[in-house]
Design a protein around this ligand. Sequence first.
Ligand code: MRU
Length: 348
Amino acid sequence: MVSEEISTLRWVGDAATGVLRLIDQTRLPGESIEIECRDVPTVWEAIRSLQVRGAPAIGVAAAYGAVIGARSGGPVRDALAQAAATLRTSRPTAVNLFWALDRMEAAASSAGPEIDEKDLLDRLLEEARRIEAEDRAMCRAIGRHGADLVEPGQGVLTHCNAGGLATVDYGTALAVVFAAHERGTPFRVFADETRPLLQGARLTAWELARRGIPVTLICDSMAAQVMREGKIQLVVVGADRIAANGDVANKIGTYSVALLARAHGIPFYVAAPSSTFDLSLSDGSAIPIEQRDPREITHGFGRPTAPEGIDVYNPAFDVTPANLIAGIITEKGIIQPVEAATIRRFLG
Ligand code: MRU
């Protein structure tokens, strides 16, 4: 919940006729507008276009999208499989998308062949609601575990948006600062604007300001200077996929921030729920990195900002190697040191 009136996302109604409502994050901070998803193509497009974004929020949106798809005609199991296959193509990097769809398909399989179609659809909605509830709980727990890292008077740098808008509620990296703020710790957040789509400026700065948390917006390229000036004592970012050895994919520019933090002796933490780990990948080299439309760079928010036809490279994520990460703040506690054995032990 990002305000009293508007949620990042919410399901309204029953399994047979309900709809998924999402705040359209591409319109923030100027306009708070909800969109309604009644079919799989609308959910797919909402994820692709970043109307809903942030790894955990994408997972929950996809779970509800699977419910919508499952009732779209024909046998529920067949329709579900088709919807899940479509939704899997919306974005490649955040593993929460695939994790949530796997859970929805597993819920259908475990229901048994004799279950009637209406009950199966109800089971699917229950599973999506469970994924949503778990996300809320995991974010609160991440906040509780991470809040002690924030000391009075510190400057905390974050990159992109890993707040309430990137989850159902409360966030991951921002859960840490929200929880520290709720405990009365005074500190200031420095938010990287996060080129090219400005999730830091549009979303993180917006979320922090409306909670009354002191925040200073900087361009991505200013982080080194701000660190050298002694304004940053802690970095906390979110994650889209974490490999078995602790390598972390997150928004493009995160790796640069981690290198800068190391150069300035500043601890660099990642905050993520267990749904963001992909233990099938031994290291970060196999994490698929989404390539996005060059126009995000050449036509930032509608206006040409580069010569017509210029060659552009636009990876949306990068991978920060585990050895630059001081700890991974999860709902189960802080994984430290960040290496395969400790990760395995924490996640069971
Ligand atoms: O492209 P986006 O806006 O979906 O990228 C989001 C991020 O990189 C977040 O830091 C990440 O998903 C963690 S969200 C809790």
